[in-house]
Design a protein around this ligand. Sequence first.
Ligand code: HEC
Ligand code: HEC
Length: 210
Amino acid sequence: MDRLVSVAAVFAMAFVAMSMGLPGVSLAEQVEACLSCHPSRASTPSESIVTGVPALTGQHPEYIVKQLERFSAAAEGDEDPFRRFSIVMGHVAKELPASERLNIARKLSAQTCAFLGNPDPPSVEPNACAVCHGARGITKNPDVPNLAGQDLRYLFYQYQKLREPYLPDVPGIEATNKPVRLHPVMGPVGAQLHDNVVSALIYYSKLPCR
Ligand code: HEC
Ligand code: HEC
């Protein structure tokens, strides 16, 4: 049954993705289409057709644009060292004209946070992630994503995808030769096990997104 639901969700996602990037679609309509999957206060995760979709509210617009380029590169078959595979987002990004990406990203970033946050969850000290992602999951560096208030399931999946290409080979287990998400900084950091990664991700997901 679960499998049937996820197959239906993929079809629904592909349909939404295909109706995007059509000529004559206004900026507001494009943003609405993104928010039919991406949660914000107006469209909470429970109303989204799939779980584990990241919130883009409060995210750096430059980071959003960069990820769109990476999805697009992977969908076009580029050997970009930062490529990122996603059937759904590959299609969305490919159809989105480069000239519109920053405007859409700014609008999405400015939406009300999906999760309004608990301003004071117990912090995780020492937290090896804070150097780059900030003590409260918000950073000034637009190359580094904010993690505050992000969907917890999404954070777990991406952490796993990023570290996988850098994990040492395990005898008997075939190494992946087609990594889903490549990043030469976050990948190696993720491959070094930190005892408190899980607590850090839970902590970040509970913080307000701004
Ligand atoms: C049909 C559902 C769907 C639609 C529509 C959609 N997205 Fe996505 N988006 C996803 C999913 C699923 C992911 C997670 C992909 C992965 O696993 O890497 C994602 C990931 C992203 C990311 C990566 C975020 C991060 O934290 O790294 C960005 C940026 C993004 N989408 C932007 C957009 C924009 C802009 C639009 C509208 C033009 C849009 N998306 C429309 C489903 C969707
Ligand atoms: C040296 C800097 C650095 C450190 C330390 C670091 N990260 Fe990252 N992290 C990054 C960068 C840069 C990215 C963006 C990767 C990209 O652009 O695809 C990232 C991306 C991520 C993502 C994906 C977020 C998204 O929106 O898709 C997660 C999850 C993450 N980091 C978790 C962690 C955790 C947990 C730790 C601590 C164990 C950590 N990071 C430590 C630099 C760092």
